[in-house]
Design a binder for this molecule. Structure first.
Ligand code: EZ4
Ligand code: CO
Length: 405
């Protein structure tokens, strides 16, 4: 089965999405996600100029060989743009293989390890009360786990908490220059411990609670936060500190039993290797779109299982429904799957373009038995929503210093 064409699409039904369609001479095609938030067009050019020409005529069944060829053959290994491009091709090839075998991808990976995929929903509010009310709604809908984020009083805006300021989905998909956001660790600490104290008082101990620090703390500050949150029994504390220096997580680890999660920006198994093998984290959050696709995520999951580290794939709104589908198949299979982040399937425009087959019931997600990834991409509908340049924000301390160390 020969690859005949690689098509690349960019659309913005509220967020920018880069989608790849790999065509073959047998009429079967596959779909992949190559979205790199804030740098989308770099991946488009990379795919069209540098990846697509190398694939024409290759056997679409040789997923592993094509992955190795693209990863090792490039000379300039790793990198976010490169790995997002490889990821989309890899997902599309798994989609093709599933369609050829007439099986969903999870069956090809080794079959089902669980009844369904446990999700955690997002509750992001302007005040603690607002956040807790949103948490209550998710619990009422059947979610067993909720991530709590709350605006920090005294800061102009808090990362990831747009609240009622504007439609969360729309505003983040149309920011022609990077917005700048204040950060104060002191003000954040005043809020965050109270948030989880009140959450446990209101919801008791059965529901799983999570929190994302978005890497705003130094290692010793993270250690302190982990200790302060211990009484509230988080499922995990995400991205407490940047771990470019992977050893810095030893500082956090030696001080707290709050479980730690990291990895949504990682591109390869090498980025998480020391954190996993030194058991400095409990959940690895690599995404199929940003770490090179299904093939390397399977490898990372197996490696992590040796060290009792669970998988918890990234699931923010800038990962397209194609990536979510890829995660669903990995999550149904991985023996050491932990939990999947979930923010819904986008707005009505997005649903016109991406026709997925995932079902959510009582906080548990399942795919249909459709072959491949079980997702369709409507090229015509996508044309109605052209690309808009949009950036992620930059964080500064109150004295103007660029932050996020
Ligand atoms: O900031 O996906 O866990 N979720 C997150 C996200 C990320 C965005 C960056 O593109 O941290 O909201
Ligand atoms: Co995150």
């Amino acid at each position: 089965m020969k690859i005949t064409q690689v098509k690349v699409f960019v659309c913005n039904p509220g967020r920018n999405f880069v989608t790849v369609k790999v065509m073959t001479d047998e009429g079967i095609y596959g779909i992949g996600d190559a979205t790199l938030n804030g740098r989308e067009m770099a991946v488009v050019a990379y795919l069209e100029e540098h990846v697509a020409p190398c694939l024409i005529g290759r056997d679409a069944h040789n997923i592993e060989d094509i992955w190795q060829y693209l990863y090792r053959g490039v000379y300039w290994r790793k990198g976010a743009v490169n790995m997002a491009a490889i990821a989309a091709i890899d997902m599309a090839l798994w989609d093709i293989k599933g369609k050829a075998a007439n099986m969903p991808v999870y069956q090809l990976l080794g079959g089902r390890s669980r009844r369904g995929v446990t999700l955690y929903a997002h509750a992001s509010g302007e005040t603690i009360e607002d956040t807790l009310n949103k948490t209550a709604e998710h619990i009422a809908q059947g979610f067993k786990a909720v991530r709590l984020q709350c605006a920090v009083p005294g800061l102009n805006v808090t990362y990831g908490v747009l609240g009622d300021k504007a439609d969360y989905f729309e505003l983040q998909g149309s920011r022609p220059l990077p917005p700048e956001e204040d950060w104060s660790t002191q003000k954040y600490f005043n809020m965050v411990v109270d948030l989880f104290k009140q959450a446990r008082e209101r919801f008791g101990n059965d529901v799983h609670l999570l929190h994302d620090v978005h890497s705003r703390l130094t290692p010793i500050e993270s250690a302190r936060l982990g200790k302060l949150l211990e009484p509230y029994n988080l499922l995990f504390l995400e991205d407490a500190s940047i771990a470019e220096n992977q050893d810095s997580y030893k500082v956090i680890r030696q001080h707290t039993t709050t479980p730690l999660a990291i990895g949504e920006t990682y591109n390869t198994i090498w980025d998480c290797k020391n954190l996993i093998q030194n058991q400095l984290i409990d959940y690895i959050r690599v995404a199929a779109t940003h770490a090179g696709g299904i093939t390397p995520l399977r490898r990372i999951a197996d490696f992590a299982s040796v060290y009792n580290v669970k998988t918890a794939p990234h699931g923010a709104p800038d990962l397209s429904p194609v990536c979510f589908a890829a995660h669903m198949h990995l999550n149904l299979w991985a023996p050491n799957f932990g939990i999947q982040e979930f923010v819904g399937f986008g707005n009505e425009h997005s649903k016109r373009i991406f026709k997925h087959t995932v079902e959510v019931k009582d906080g548990l997600a399942n795919v249909s038995e459709a072959p491949g990834l079980g997702i369709e991409f409507d090229e015509e509908a996508a044309k109605e929503y052209p690309y808009k340049r949009s950036y992620l924000p930059v964080s500064r301390l109150e004295d103007g210093t660029v932050w996020n160390w």
